[in-house]
Design a binder for this molecule. Structure first.
Ligand SMILES: [Cu+2]
Length: 156
């Protein structure tokens, strides 16, 4: 009886130790459920051939723990604005753009962009065009996009 008791205790201790190890390895890491925290950097517009149609590019960063989504765009300096996604052969309007927690979403040449139609006054290099970006959780962010020469390459 006594031996069995000791063995049982040893097994119990081993199981407890194993349990502690498992607890340390998984499940204990707190999940970051903090609110999305959006910032927008590096907004620019390559000088368009005509004020009727221009593309704006920028980087959206989310330093919060939960995702957010760009759901609408507008500009006080343009007749209309929309979110587009380019492919090799076409350009399609998209409903929105997800920005997961602790991640960035890049709008860049050849890909996603904000299309601006009817910019007034006509864009000139060095001038800024305001963009209003509305996010599902973070509300509306106003961004000043700088008009750059057509060949401009943003810093990496
Ligand atoms: Cu477009």
């Amino acid at each position: 009886m006594r031996r069995a008791g000791l063995a049982g205790a040893a097994v119990a201790a081993a199981i407890a130790a194993l349990g502690a190890t498992l607890a340390a390895c998984g499940g204990v890491t707190p999940v970051d459920r903090s609110a999305a925290k959006i910032s927008v950097e590096g907004a620019y517009i390559p000088l368009p051939a005509s004020p009727d149609m221009a593309a704006a590019y920028f980087r959206i960063s989310n330093s919060g723990g939960t995702s957010d989504r760009l759901v609408a765009v507008s500009s006080p300096d343009a007749r209309s604005a929309e979110i587009d996604a380019s492919t090799a052969t076409s350009m399609d309007r998209i409903d929105g753009l997800d920005v997961p927690g602790h991640a960035t979403a890049l709008l860049a040449r050849g890909g996603r962009h904000v299309m601006l139609m009817g910019i007034s006054p006509a864009p000139e290099v060095g001038r800024t065009v305001d963009l209003r970006l509305t996010f599902e959780h973070s509300g509306t962010v106003t961004v000043h996009a700088t008009v750059q020469p057509l060949t401009y390459q943003p810093p990496k």
